[in-house]
Design a protein around this ligand. Sequence first.
Ligand SMILES: [Mg+2]
Length: 261
Amino acid sequence: MVIRAGPRRSVSAMPNRAPPTIPKVVLFDMDDTIFDHRFAVRQALARVRRDDARLSRSTLAGLLGEYDRLLEAVHPDVLAGRMTHAEARRERFRKLFEWSGARLPERELALVASSYRAFYQAARRPVPGAPELLRWLRRRATVGVVSNNHTDEQNDKLRALGLDGEVDFLLTSEDAGVEKPDPAIFRRALELAGAEAHDAVMVGDNWPADVEGALAAGIRPVWLNPSRRPRPPGRPAVAELLGLRPIREVASRLDPSAEEA
Ligand SMILES: [Mg+2]
């Protein structure tokens, strides 16, 4: 499903629409854009909570909210190399248990964190519609993934989802040496694609990283906004998507000429 950034027009008002023009380059964010990170976190936390009475005292929704907050807080340390993914996971669970009113010895913390990791890995799935969309776009455009994370972690996700053959390149902040929203990472992606900013579109769920980053690099953003959050006050309207299917509707949102119509 899609929503338009501009005024709505009924389908009957445009009976002879030409097929959408697909930009030469379509860039995607990874987590919660083509990889369903939120689903995997939810599944894994639910399993850990079920197995541990100390976490069962809190609601799953409460734990998810706190875990999300901890992920955001610790991720910069992982990106900067101050912590490994495993250390960050233990740190998140230390704080999550503290938040639930419990203190765990280190050894137990490591066990909980590693079983969470196993549940998370087992629950990995693409965002609904992503495989079909990437396959369809790949025949028409250069498809790249631009992600603030480590290359091994993101390559592993692409392989697990069976999407490694469906993208032309993965560019991580680890490889680029800068993170979104720094326009330098988008310029590097354009170099990899052999294209100019006006040839590209960037699809992502994170307003500051994906939308603002793309705008700063002169790339047209498409905001994946399934929960219909309002855009930040004072910021320009951009094309929006509620999901990655059906393909024809997503394609029409990627078409730059549809924007001005
Ligand atoms: Mg994201």
